[in-house]
Design a protein around this ligand. Sequence first.
Ligand code: NDP
Length: 338
Amino acid sequence: HHRILLDKRPTGAPQLSDFRLDEQPVPEPGEGQVLLRTIYLSLDPYMRGRMSDAPSYAPPVEVGAVMVGGAVSRVEVSRHPDYNEGDLVVGDTGWQSHAISDGRDITRLDARVTHPSYALSLLGMPGFTAYHGLLKIGEPSPGETLVVASATGAVGSVVGQIGRIKGAHVVGVAGGADKCRYAVDTLGFNACVDHRAPDFADQLAAATGNGIDIYFENVGGAVFDAVLPRLNIGARIPVCGLIAHYNDYSALPPGPNQAPRLMMQILMKRWRVQGFIITDHWAEGFGPFLSDMTAWAAQDKVKLREDIVDGLENAPQGFLNLLSGKSFGKVVVRVSDL
Ligand code: NDP
Protein backbone atom coordinates (compact mmCIF):
# COMPACT_ATOMS: atom_id res chain seq x y z
CA HIS A 1 0.00 0.00 0.00
CA HIS A 2 1.81 3.07 -1.28
CA ARG A 3 0.73 6.57 -0.33
CA ILE A 4 2.01 10.03 -1.17
CA LEU A 5 1.89 12.35 1.80
CA LEU A 6 2.20 16.11 2.06
CA ASP A 7 5.56 16.52 3.82
CA LYS A 8 5.88 20.34 3.86
CA ARG A 9 3.74 23.29 2.91
CA PRO A 10 5.40 24.97 -0.10
CA THR A 11 6.17 28.65 -0.29
CA GLY A 12 6.03 29.65 -3.96
CA ALA A 13 6.24 26.86 -6.50
CA PRO A 14 5.95 23.34 -4.99
CA GLN A 15 9.03 21.06 -5.05
CA LEU A 16 9.42 17.28 -5.07
CA SER A 17 10.69 17.51 -1.47
CA ASP A 18 7.25 18.78 -0.36
CA PHE A 19 5.95 15.22 -0.93
CA ARG A 20 6.90 11.93 0.74
CA LEU A 21 6.29 8.36 -0.46
CA ASP A 22 5.19 6.08 2.36
CA GLU A 23 4.54 2.31 2.56
CA GLN A 24 1.99 0.58 4.79
CA PRO A 25 0.30 -2.84 4.92
CA VAL A 26 -2.79 -3.01 2.67
CA PRO A 27 -5.77 -2.08 4.90
CA GLU A 28 -8.57 -4.56 5.64
CA PRO A 29 -12.16 -3.48 5.01
CA GLY A 30 -14.56 -3.76 7.94
CA GLU A 31 -18.23 -4.78 7.74
CA GLY A 32 -20.04 -2.36 5.38
CA GLN A 33 -16.79 -1.29 3.69
CA VAL A 34 -14.92 -2.00 0.46
CA LEU A 35 -11.19 -2.16 -0.30
CA LEU A 36 -10.37 -0.18 -3.46
CA ARG A 37 -7.33 -0.55 -5.71
CA THR A 38 -6.50 2.72 -7.49
CA ILE A 39 -6.17 2.49 -11.26
CA TYR A 40 -6.10 6.13 -12.40
CA LEU A 41 -5.36 9.14 -10.19
CA SER A 42 -6.33 12.60 -11.45
CA LEU A 43 -3.88 15.50 -11.03
CA ASP A 44 -5.57 18.93 -10.93
CA PRO A 45 -4.48 22.52 -10.28
CA TYR A 46 -6.72 22.87 -7.18
CA MET A 47 -4.32 20.52 -5.35
CA ARG A 48 -1.89 23.44 -5.07
CA GLY A 49 -4.53 25.19 -2.94
CA ARG A 50 -4.94 22.13 -0.69
CA MET A 51 -1.15 22.17 0.00
CA SER A 52 -1.55 25.63 1.53
CA ASP A 53 -3.25 26.56 4.79
CA ALA A 54 -4.32 29.99 3.48
CA PRO A 55 -8.11 30.48 3.81
CA SER A 56 -9.99 28.79 0.95
CA TYR A 57 -13.32 27.23 -0.02
CA ALA A 58 -12.00 23.81 1.09
CA PRO A 59 -9.87 22.73 4.07
CA PRO A 60 -6.11 22.12 3.56
CA VAL A 61 -4.44 18.70 3.56
CA GLU A 62 -2.75 18.30 6.95
CA VAL A 63 1.05 17.93 6.90
CA GLY A 64 1.72 14.15 7.04
CA ALA A 65 -1.66 13.25 5.50
CA VAL A 66 -2.35 11.65 2.10
CA MET A 67 -2.70 14.18 -0.74
CA VAL A 68 -6.31 14.60 -1.87
CA GLY A 69 -7.42 13.69 -5.37
CA GLY A 70 -10.05 12.01 -7.48
CA ALA A 71 -9.41 8.49 -8.77
CA VAL A 72 -10.93 5.60 -10.67
CA SER A 73 -10.58 2.36 -8.71
CA ARG A 74 -11.53 -1.31 -8.79
CA VAL A 75 -13.34 -2.92 -5.84
CA GLU A 76 -10.88 -5.61 -4.68
CA VAL A 77 -12.77 -6.83 -1.59
CA SER A 78 -16.39 -6.01 -0.79
CA ARG A 79 -18.08 -6.30 2.58
CA HIS A 80 -20.74 -3.83 1.41
CA PRO A 81 -24.15 -5.02 0.14
CA ASP A 82 -24.23 -2.58 -2.83
CA TYR A 83 -20.76 -3.31 -4.28
CA ASN A 84 -19.29 -6.41 -5.88
CA GLU A 85 -15.67 -7.35 -6.35
CA GLY A 86 -14.54 -6.09 -9.74
CA ASP A 87 -16.82 -3.02 -9.80
CA LEU A 88 -15.24 0.16 -11.19
CA VAL A 89 -15.87 3.26 -9.09
CA VAL A 90 -14.85 6.93 -9.02
CA GLY A 91 -14.27 8.92 -5.84
CA ASP A 92 -11.94 11.27 -3.98
CA THR A 93 -9.67 8.56 -2.62
CA GLY A 94 -6.37 10.46 -2.88
CA TRP A 95 -2.78 9.81 -3.95
CA GLN A 96 -2.56 6.18 -2.82
CA SER A 97 -2.57 2.67 -4.23
CA HIS A 98 -5.46 1.43 -2.04
CA ALA A 99 -8.30 2.99 -0.05
CA ILE A 100 -11.14 1.95 2.23
CA SER A 101 -14.66 3.29 1.58
CA ASP A 102 -18.04 2.87 3.21
CA GLY A 103 -19.67 3.48 -0.20
CA ARG A 104 -20.94 6.97 0.53
CA ASP A 105 -18.06 8.81 -1.13
CA ILE A 106 -17.81 6.70 -4.30
CA THR A 107 -19.92 6.36 -7.47
CA ARG A 108 -20.06 3.23 -9.59
CA LEU A 109 -19.09 3.51 -13.25
CA ASP A 110 -21.06 1.69 -15.91
CA ALA A 111 -19.41 -1.71 -16.45
CA ARG A 112 -19.49 -1.09 -20.23
CA VAL A 113 -17.47 2.13 -19.99
CA THR A 114 -14.82 2.06 -22.73
CA HIS A 115 -12.45 4.71 -21.39
CA PRO A 116 -12.62 4.68 -17.56
CA SER A 117 -10.13 7.54 -17.05
CA TYR A 118 -12.57 9.94 -18.77
CA ALA A 119 -14.51 9.86 -15.47
CA LEU A 120 -11.68 12.15 -14.27
CA SER A 121 -11.84 14.54 -17.24
CA LEU A 122 -14.30 14.70 -20.13
CA LEU A 123 -17.16 12.96 -18.27
CA GLY A 124 -16.18 14.14 -14.77
CA MET A 125 -15.22 17.22 -12.78
CA PRO A 126 -13.19 19.18 -15.40
CA GLY A 127 -15.72 18.49 -18.18
CA PHE A 128 -18.60 19.55 -15.95
CA THR A 129 -16.67 22.70 -15.00
CA ALA A 130 -16.28 23.61 -18.68
CA TYR A 131 -19.93 22.88 -19.46
CA HIS A 132 -21.40 24.74 -16.49
CA GLY A 133 -19.08 27.73 -16.66
CA LEU A 134 -19.50 28.28 -20.38
CA LEU A 135 -23.22 27.54 -20.79
CA LYS A 136 -24.59 28.95 -17.49
CA ILE A 137 -22.30 31.96 -17.09
CA GLY A 138 -20.71 32.57 -20.50
CA GLU A 139 -23.99 32.02 -22.42
CA PRO A 140 -22.42 31.91 -25.91
CA SER A 141 -24.48 32.90 -28.96
CA PRO A 142 -23.61 32.04 -32.57
CA GLY A 143 -21.05 34.45 -34.02
CA GLU A 144 -19.83 35.77 -30.67
CA THR A 145 -16.12 35.71 -29.93
CA LEU A 146 -15.08 33.40 -27.08
CA VAL A 147 -11.53 33.52 -25.74
CA VAL A 148 -10.44 30.63 -23.54
CA ALA A 149 -7.22 30.56 -21.52
CA SER A 150 -5.19 27.35 -21.03
CA ALA A 151 -6.83 26.16 -24.21
CA THR A 152 -5.44 22.62 -24.31
CA GLY A 153 -6.00 21.74 -20.63
CA ALA A 154 -8.79 19.54 -19.33
CA VAL A 155 -11.19 22.44 -18.80
CA GLY A 156 -10.11 24.85 -21.55
CA SER A 157 -10.07 22.25 -24.35
CA VAL A 158 -13.67 21.31 -23.55
CA VAL A 159 -14.80 24.95 -23.19
CA GLY A 160 -13.55 25.72 -26.70
CA GLN A 161 -15.11 22.62 -28.26
CA ILE A 162 -18.51 23.35 -26.66
CA GLY A 163 -18.13 26.94 -27.88
CA ARG A 164 -17.72 25.64 -31.44
CA ILE A 165 -20.79 23.38 -31.04
CA LYS A 166 -22.73 26.53 -30.00
CA GLY A 167 -21.47 28.46 -33.04
CA ALA A 168 -19.07 30.84 -31.31
CA HIS A 169 -15.84 32.09 -32.88
CA VAL A 170 -13.31 30.44 -30.55
CA VAL A 171 -9.83 31.84 -29.89
CA GLY A 172 -7.61 29.83 -27.54
CA VAL A 173 -4.62 31.03 -25.54
CA ALA A 174 -1.94 28.38 -24.85
CA GLY A 175 1.76 28.06 -24.08
CA GLY A 176 3.79 27.26 -27.18
CA ALA A 177 3.37 26.48 -30.88
CA ASP A 178 2.57 22.75 -30.44
CA LYS A 179 -0.34 23.41 -28.12
CA CYS A 180 -1.68 26.18 -30.37
CA ARG A 181 -1.48 23.97 -33.45
CA TYR A 182 -3.32 21.20 -31.60
CA ALA A 183 -6.09 23.63 -30.52
CA VAL A 184 -6.75 24.62 -34.13
CA ASP A 185 -6.03 21.39 -36.06
CA THR A 186 -7.43 18.79 -33.66
CA LEU A 187 -9.87 20.62 -31.41
CA GLY A 188 -11.28 22.81 -34.20
CA PHE A 189 -10.71 26.23 -32.61
CA ASN A 190 -10.78 29.14 -35.07
CA ALA A 191 -7.44 30.47 -33.81
CA CYS A 192 -4.99 30.09 -30.93
CA VAL A 193 -2.39 32.54 -29.63
CA ASP A 194 0.83 31.67 -27.76
CA HIS A 195 0.94 33.58 -24.45
CA ARG A 196 4.72 33.19 -24.31
CA ALA A 197 5.26 35.08 -27.60
CA PRO A 198 6.84 38.53 -27.02
CA ASP A 199 4.05 40.21 -29.04
CA PHE A 200 1.28 38.14 -27.43
CA ALA A 201 -1.04 41.12 -26.78
CA ASP A 202 -0.78 42.26 -30.42
CA GLN A 203 -1.43 38.73 -31.69
CA LEU A 204 -4.48 38.43 -29.44
CA ALA A 205 -5.80 41.77 -30.71
CA ALA A 206 -5.34 40.61 -34.32
CA ALA A 207 -7.17 37.33 -33.61
CA THR A 208 -10.12 39.11 -31.94
CA GLY A 209 -10.97 41.71 -34.57
CA ASN A 210 -14.56 42.07 -33.31
CA GLY A 211 -13.48 42.25 -29.66
CA ILE A 212 -14.22 39.59 -27.04
CA ASP A 213 -17.77 38.71 -25.90
CA ILE A 214 -16.87 35.89 -23.51
CA TYR A 215 -13.60 35.39 -21.70
CA PHE A 216 -13.37 32.03 -19.93
CA GLU A 217 -10.79 32.77 -17.22
CA ASN A 218 -8.55 29.86 -16.17
CA VAL A 219 -5.31 31.75 -15.72
CA GLY A 220 -5.18 35.44 -14.68
CA GLY A 221 -1.83 37.22 -14.91
CA ALA A 222 -0.54 38.48 -18.24
CA VAL A 223 -3.28 36.67 -20.19
CA PHE A 224 -5.97 38.64 -18.39
CA ASP A 225 -4.04 41.89 -18.93
CA ALA A 226 -4.07 41.29 -22.70
CA VAL A 227 -7.75 40.31 -22.74
CA LEU A 228 -9.01 43.26 -20.67
CA PRO A 229 -8.81 46.02 -23.33
CA ARG A 230 -10.48 43.72 -25.92
CA LEU A 231 -13.69 43.03 -23.93
CA ASN A 232 -16.89 44.29 -25.60
CA ILE A 233 -19.89 45.94 -23.97
CA GLY A 234 -21.98 43.24 -22.32
CA ALA A 235 -19.10 40.74 -22.08
CA ARG A 236 -19.37 37.78 -19.71
CA ILE A 237 -16.42 36.47 -17.72
CA PRO A 238 -16.83 33.05 -16.07
CA VAL A 239 -14.04 33.18 -13.46
CA CYS A 240 -13.07 29.53 -13.21
CA GLY A 241 -9.39 29.54 -12.22
CA LEU A 242 -6.35 31.79 -11.75
CA ILE A 243 -3.49 29.34 -12.07
CA ALA A 244 -0.90 32.08 -12.71
CA HIS A 245 -1.43 33.17 -9.10
CA TYR A 246 -1.69 29.85 -7.23
CA ASN A 247 1.91 29.99 -6.01
CA ASP A 248 1.68 33.53 -4.67
CA TYR A 249 -1.91 34.59 -4.02
CA SER A 250 -1.57 34.51 -0.25
CA ALA A 251 1.30 37.03 -0.57
CA LEU A 252 0.54 39.07 -3.67
CA PRO A 253 3.40 41.40 -4.53
CA PRO A 254 2.94 45.06 -3.56
CA GLY A 255 2.09 47.43 -6.38
CA PRO A 256 -0.42 49.92 -7.67
CA ASN A 257 -3.94 48.73 -6.98
CA GLN A 258 -5.79 48.10 -10.28
CA ALA A 259 -9.10 47.12 -8.66
CA PRO A 260 -10.83 50.54 -9.01
CA ARG A 261 -9.95 50.72 -12.71
CA LEU A 262 -11.30 47.20 -13.20
CA MET A 263 -14.53 47.94 -11.32
CA MET A 264 -15.09 51.08 -13.39
CA GLN A 265 -14.73 49.01 -16.58
CA ILE A 266 -17.15 46.38 -15.23
CA LEU A 267 -19.66 49.19 -14.68
CA MET A 268 -19.23 51.16 -17.91
CA LYS A 269 -19.02 48.12 -20.19
CA ARG A 270 -21.78 46.18 -18.35
CA TRP A 271 -19.67 43.01 -17.99
CA ARG A 272 -20.93 40.05 -16.05
CA VAL A 273 -18.02 38.64 -14.04
CA GLN A 274 -18.95 35.59 -12.04
CA GLY A 275 -16.79 33.24 -10.02
CA PHE A 276 -17.95 29.66 -9.49
CA ILE A 277 -16.89 26.52 -7.67
CA ILE A 278 -18.20 23.52 -9.54
CA THR A 279 -19.00 21.43 -6.45
CA ASP A 280 -21.88 23.85 -5.67
CA HIS A 281 -23.65 22.79 -8.88
CA TRP A 282 -23.34 19.00 -8.77
CA ALA A 283 -26.82 18.10 -7.56
CA GLU A 284 -28.78 20.03 -10.17
CA GLY A 285 -26.31 20.09 -13.05
CA PHE A 286 -24.24 16.91 -13.32
CA GLY A 287 -26.99 14.74 -14.88
CA PRO A 288 -27.78 17.06 -17.83
CA PHE A 289 -24.04 17.60 -18.37
CA LEU A 290 -23.29 13.87 -18.46
CA SER A 291 -26.00 13.10 -21.00
CA ASP A 292 -24.95 15.94 -23.34
CA MET A 293 -21.24 15.18 -23.05
CA THR A 294 -21.66 11.42 -23.51
CA ALA A 295 -23.53 12.15 -26.77
CA TRP A 296 -20.97 14.71 -27.98
CA ALA A 297 -18.08 12.34 -27.25
CA ALA A 298 -19.83 9.46 -29.08
CA GLN A 299 -20.35 11.73 -32.13
CA ASP A 300 -16.69 12.79 -31.93
CA LYS A 301 -17.75 16.43 -31.49
CA VAL A 302 -15.64 16.73 -28.34
CA LYS A 303 -12.21 15.13 -27.91
CA LEU A 304 -9.93 14.93 -24.94
CA ARG A 305 -6.16 14.48 -24.88
CA GLU A 306 -4.62 12.72 -21.87
CA ASP A 307 -1.08 13.05 -20.56
CA ILE A 308 -0.51 9.73 -18.77
CA VAL A 309 2.11 9.54 -15.99
CA ASP A 310 3.16 5.97 -15.12
CA GLY A 311 3.40 4.97 -11.45
CA LEU A 312 2.18 6.57 -8.23
CA GLU A 313 5.78 7.45 -7.28
CA ASN A 314 5.86 9.82 -10.29
CA ALA A 315 2.70 11.71 -9.26
CA PRO A 316 4.63 14.59 -7.58
CA GLN A 317 6.68 15.24 -10.76
CA GLY A 318 3.51 14.97 -12.84
CA PHE A 319 1.88 17.57 -10.62
CA LEU A 320 4.83 19.99 -10.93
CA ASN A 321 4.67 19.55 -14.72
CA LEU A 322 0.94 20.37 -14.65
CA LEU A 323 1.48 23.62 -12.76
CA SER A 324 4.39 24.73 -14.94
CA GLY A 325 2.79 23.98 -18.33
CA LYS A 326 5.16 21.08 -19.19
CA SER A 327 2.20 18.71 -19.37
CA PHE A 328 -0.05 18.66 -22.43
CA GLY A 329 -3.66 17.59 -21.85
CA LYS A 330 -5.44 16.14 -18.84
CA VAL A 331 -2.84 14.72 -16.44
CA VAL A 332 -3.73 11.24 -15.17
CA VAL A 333 -1.47 8.93 -13.17
CA ARG A 334 -1.72 5.23 -14.08
CA VAL A 335 -1.35 3.65 -10.63
CA SER A 336 -2.16 0.03 -11.55
CA ASP A 337 -3.52 -2.01 -14.47
CA LEU A 338 -7.19 -2.04 -15.33
P1 NDP B 1 -4.89 23.07 -16.92
O1 NDP B 1 -4.36 21.99 -17.77
O2 NDP B 1 -5.58 24.18 -17.60
O3 NDP B 1 -3.74 23.68 -16.00
C1 NDP B 1 -2.39 23.60 -16.32
C2 NDP B 1 -2.04 24.59 -17.42
O4 NDP B 1 -2.15 25.93 -16.95
C3 NDP B 1 -0.62 24.49 -17.87
O5 NDP B 1 -0.44 23.39 -18.77
C4 NDP B 1 -0.41 25.84 -18.54
O6 NDP B 1 -0.85 25.75 -19.89
C5 NDP B 1 -1.38 26.76 -17.80
N1 NDP B 1 -0.65 27.75 -17.01
C6 NDP B 1 0.05 27.55 -15.87
N2 NDP B 1 0.61 28.72 -15.45
C7 NDP B 1 0.25 29.66 -16.36
C8 NDP B 1 0.51 31.06 -16.49
N3 NDP B 1 1.26 31.71 -15.58
N4 NDP B 1 -0.03 31.73 -17.53
C9 NDP B 1 -0.79 31.07 -18.45
N5 NDP B 1 -1.07 29.75 -18.38
C10 NDP B 1 -0.55 29.07 -17.35
O7 NDP B 1 -5.83 22.44 -15.78
P2 NDP B 1 -7.40 22.24 -15.74
O8 NDP B 1 -7.92 22.23 -17.12
O9 NDP B 1 -7.65 21.10 -14.86
O10 NDP B 1 -7.93 23.54 -14.97
C11 NDP B 1 -8.04 24.81 -15.63
C12 NDP B 1 -8.37 25.89 -14.59
O11 NDP B 1 -9.67 25.67 -14.06
C13 NDP B 1 -7.42 25.94 -13.40
O12 NDP B 1 -7.19 27.28 -13.06
C14 NDP B 1 -8.22 25.23 -12.31
O13 NDP B 1 -7.82 25.62 -11.04
C15 NDP B 1 -9.63 25.69 -12.65
N6 NDP B 1 -10.71 24.84 -12.16
C16 NDP B 1 -11.74 25.45 -11.46
C17 NDP B 1 -12.84 24.76 -11.04
C18 NDP B 1 -13.94 25.48 -10.33
O14 NDP B 1 -14.81 24.83 -9.74
N7 NDP B 1 -13.96 26.81 -10.38
C19 NDP B 1 -12.93 23.30 -11.26
C20 NDP B 1 -11.83 22.75 -12.07
C21 NDP B 1 -10.77 23.51 -12.49
P3 NDP B 1 -0.05 26.46 -21.10
O15 NDP B 1 1.12 25.60 -21.39
O16 NDP B 1 -1.06 26.51 -22.17
O17 NDP B 1 0.37 27.81 -20.60
